[in-house]
Design a protein around this ligand. Structure first.
Ligand SMILES: Cc1cc2nc3c(=O)[nH]c(=O)nc-3n(C[C@H](O)[C@H](O)[C@H](O)COP(=O)(O)O)c2cc1C
Ligand code: SF4
Length: 439
């Protein structure tokens, strides 16, 4: 019998050669102004060469005000199109498809940059974890942002990419509208689920009007928000039942696939679910965020204190996922959504074992999986599966050191136990600069 992992997956407007998608992975690889860099192309080529059928890009801001960190390539103007075309061509050389993630951070901005000190949101309340400041969007700003998403999709299409994904998950701007825990508006964009979904549905319709019906469009959604997982006094946020309804509306409006994630913020104790919270690494990088929010300096001191740091680590892990349940953590939500919509469903969260992935697809929990950290650890995981291995010899430990390094250091695997030496780990991290930028 054919291996379900290596069966092509057909969407309405796109066919992918296998069922392993590289999930979105941001990293500070580009230029401050949002122009792309050769290092980003080198990074993406590693995964294409390793055999994934398709890749979802990093967080790509549709407006400068929507970025979460400088040095992420943007798609906010036509000048960015040639870079994305170059990147797409490099990836296509390995028969790998490329789906650009149209993104807007809203109030959730780790380092906002010099142009716009304050973010935009559905609300004017700061986020409860870092205290990021924000302004409540006016109707005019909402309309302008909807247009920016549509223009981003048009640019991705002109760049020859294979589709776009709306970043509607993990606490960014679209979640800030969808979420019953965050959205406190009393106009037509707040209140009922239908009103909270209005922003994203307008984006989908605007994209379809701009690029037509024959270009792949998918949505990443936090199917269950668990908004009170860590901060117990907060409201819980959207449930799977809410998200099923939103997915139905999205598909009716023209979305071709749903990518299932979780959590009302990023990071969240359940996403990416960790076997640990590397508090020492967190202290050494969180300093770069100290001036970003009203609570960031407090948090830095909290993480820094040996007792308080340890307490926070325990609270974070208690609110997370037991280590042996990380792989496939979102499958129940994916299955519930798949039963409700007629388009293919992708599921993210912990996948790195061929037999687990095979069973999930065969059972009908999802049509394909998306993988981030285990592919950072083993870029060639798909080739290893093709060769008959069930798991890599040195699998991802879910330590989340890659995650906490992302605000300050180059993206890569920072789990020293996976390498023969620290020097070898650093050599592999720095290999993203080879060939060098502007070579
Ligand atoms: C370093 C890092 C950067 C990430 N960047 C993004 C991003 O830009 N956009 C996004 O939607 N998800 C992002 N994620 C989430 C992943 O795409 C993925 O959904 C999540 O890590 C769970 O999958 P995994 O267990 O395979 O890592 C990131 C995760 C990590 C660890
Ligand atoms: S640092 Fe490496 S081992 Fe740890 S979670 Fe990231 S990819 Fe996995």
């Amino acid at each position: 019998m054919a291996d379900p992992i290596f069966e092509p997956l057909k969407f309405k407007n796109l066919t992918v050669k296998n069922r392993i998608f590289r999930s979105n992975i941001a990293g500070r690889l580009d230029n401050y102004d949002g122009s792309g860099n050769q290092a980003r192309i080198n990074w993406e080529v590693k995964f294409a060469r390793g055999g994934v059928g398709a890749m979802m890009s990093s967080f790509v801001p549709v407006q400068i005000r929507g970025r979460i960190m400088p040095n992420y390539a943007t798609i906010d103007c036509d000048e960015r199109i040639p870079f994305w075309r170059r990147l797409g061509e490099a990836v296509h050389a390995y028969d790998c498809k490329y789906i650009l993630q149209l993104s807007h951070g809203g109030r959730q901005r780790d380092i906002g940059g010099i142009e716009y000190p304050v973010g935009l949101s559905s609300t004017d309340k700061r986020d409860p974890m870092h205290g990021f400041e924000c302004e409540r969007m006016t109707t005019a700003q909402i309309k302008e942002t909807v247009t920016a998403f549509a223009e981003g999709a048009r640019r991705a299409r002109e760049a020859g990419l294979d589709g776009v994904e709306l970043h509607g998950a993990n606490g960014y701007l679209i979640t800030q509208f969808l979420s019953s825990a965050i959205n406190d508006r009393s106009d037509e964009y707040g209140g009922s689920l239908e009103n909270r979904a209005r922003f994203v549905i307008e984006i989908v319709k605007a994209i379809r009007a701009r690029v037509g019906t024959d270009f792949h469009l998918q949505m990443k959604i936090s199917a269950t928000e668990y908004n009170n997982a860590l901060l117990k006094t907060e409201p819980p946020g959207n449930t799977i039942a809410d998200s099923i309804q939103v997915c139905r509306w999205l598909v009716d409006a023209g979305v071709d696939s749903i990518h299932v994630s979780t959590g009302s913020s990023f990071p969240h104790p359940k996403n990416p679910a960790g076997s640990d919270l590397p508090i020492d690494s967190l202290v050494s990088t969180y300093d770069s965020m100290i001036s970003s929010g009203a609570l960031t300096f407090r948090n830095f001191l909290l993480f820094h204190g040996s007792l308080t740091g340890e307490l926070f680590r325990h609270q974070w892990l208690d609110a997370g996922v037991p280590k042996d349940e990380i792989e496939g953590v979102n499958l129940p939500d994916a299955r519930a959504i798949k039963q409700a919509v007629a388009v293919p469903v992708l599921c993210t969260g912990g996948f790195q074992t061929a037999s687990v992935i095979r069973s999930a697809i065969s059972r009908g929990d999802c049509d394909a999986v998306s993988i981030a950290r285990p592919l950072v650890a083993n870029n060639d995981l798909v080739q290893q599966f093709a060769a008959g291995r069930d798991r890599a010899a040195a699998p991802c430990t879910y330590c989340n050191k890659c995650l906490v390094n992302v605000v300050e250091n180059p993206i890569g695997c920072y789990e020293q136990s996976r390498f023969p030496s620290r020097e070898e780990m650093v050599r592999q991290i720095m290999s993203v600069f080879d060939p060098p930028p502007f070579a």
